[in-house]
Design a binder for this molecule. Structure first.
Ligand code: FEO
Length: 395
């Protein structure tokens, strides 16, 4: 029998720990995932969120440690994505009369579409008495789907935040002050970069809604519960969702015979020579979701590809497609496209077009060198990087 964990008097963590999941929609989850759900033992036994369907056994075992699942009267579905709603049908088998609440109309419609179930819609400002406690709801659309909402319990000062403030971080520990702080914030940032990044204005709206609340605990539906670093994670979300950039550069490339790699190394060195920290990634050696983590708040992003069969390399095309979906328009972000070719500079040109589609400010034309860049070519690259940096100062 797997253990439930009491996180506050009469409030239990009853989630699942997915130690070995290494991908969430293509985002590499090297530390695994948790699907956090919470059981509130009040006059009406209430469940906040559930777990991915493949974790329903684990989830039910934890609930059963605290209460007979048939006693559950209320299910709050903060988010319909199936990592949180997947075990609702299992709960309903045990507690067929449990009433389900979700944000209306999006959550109601989505739950109906997924499971054919009846749901009561709630909106921001609505409250629900479950006995000694009165839950209140705040809709947070697009953090991460149109249906997302958070649920606040004022009596315990707990915000059940679902995806917001989450991290993919499987551990035996449940609280922020029990794990390595650097790793926790790294995972929170990686989660933001790969899940929430396109929705900055919506994340800002969610922050405005929760900033007025007296919160002693943010019980996320992924990873660690915040209780000691609440101010810090809210400040981070504020910076991330307003697209603040740091004076740093990220250079990403793939290469066949090292010509594009030579250029990438020269560009990296040129940034460093100008006092701008730079990170160099070989796209085939680093997962795209880790590169996005570094690029999210970098002012300068340089991307390079050689030319293969009249195209950029498929690895670079895949990387740009992933970035295009995530990166918002930000006039402060400066791009640089480069690469090599044998007889037609089509690969680097496609990189340039890819960066245009990602809404980068591109102050210099694509830099393409035939066969192997000469020493003069590499010196010229240094000058072009200096031009890019000058442009960055204007942005
Ligand atoms: Fe954790 Fe959007 O689901």
């Amino acid at each position: 029998m797997l253990n439930a964990i009491e996180i506050s008097p009469d409030i239990w963590w009853v989630g699942g720990i997915d130690w070995n999941e290494r991908s969430f929609h293509g985002y590499s989850t090297e530390r695994g995932i948790t699907y956090n759900a919470y059981l509130i033992m009040d006059e009406k036994v209430t469940l906040i969120d559930t777990a991915k369907a493949t974790f329903s056994d684990e989830f039910m075992q934890r609930i059963s440690q605290v209460v007979d699942p048939s006693k559950i009267e209320v299910i709050v579905a903060n988010h319909v994505e199936m990592d949180h709603s997947g075990s609702i049908p299992v709960i309903l088998k045990h507690a067929p009369n449990a009433k389900i609440y979700a944000s209306g109309p999006a959550g109601v419609n989505e739950l109906r579409a997924h499971f054919g179930i009846e749901v009561e819609g709630v909106k921001t400002g609505d409250t629900l008495s479950i006995g000694k406690r009165t839950l209140s709801f705040v809709q947070t659309p697009m953090v991460h789907w149109p249906d997302n909402m958070v649920t606040y319990c004022p009596e315990d000062k707990i915000l059940f935040s679902n995806d917001c403030f989450g991290q993919h971080f499987a551990t035996t520990k449940r609280f922020d002050d029990e794990v390595d702080r650097c790793e926790l914030f790294r995972q929170a940032k990686k989660y933001y970069a790969n899940i929430v990044l396109p929705y900055g204005p919506q994340a800002q709206n969610a922050l405005k809604a929760v900033k007025g609340l007296d919160i002693k605990m943010i019980a996320t539906s992924h990873g660690i519960i915040w209780r000691s670093y609440i101010k810090e994670i809210i400040e981070k979300y504020d910076a991330w969702s307003t697209y603040q950039v740091e004076e740093k550069a990220v250079v990403a490339f793939d290469s066949m015979w090292h010509s594009t790699e030579l250029m990438a190394r020269e560009i990296t060195d040129a940034f460093i020579a100008e006092g701008i920290p730079a990170t160099l990634f070989d796209i085939k050696a680093t997962h795209v979701s880790d590169m996005i983590l570094e690029m999210m708040d970098a002012r300068y992003v340089a991307v390079g590809s050689p030319t293969l069969n009249s195209n950029m390399l498929p690895t670079v095309a895949g990387f740009l497609a992933y970035m295009r979906g995530l990166m918002p328009r930000n006039p402060q972000r400066i791009g640089l496209a480069f690469g090599s070719y044998g007889w037609a500079p089509l690969g680097p040109k496609q990189v340039y077009e890819g960066l245009e589609q990602c809404k980068f400010n591109l102050p210099v034309p694509v830099i393409a060198h035939q066969w192997i860049p000469t020493a003069d070519d590499l010196s010229e690259l240094q000058a072009q990087v200096r031009r890019v940096i000058e442009e960055g100062k204007e942005a």
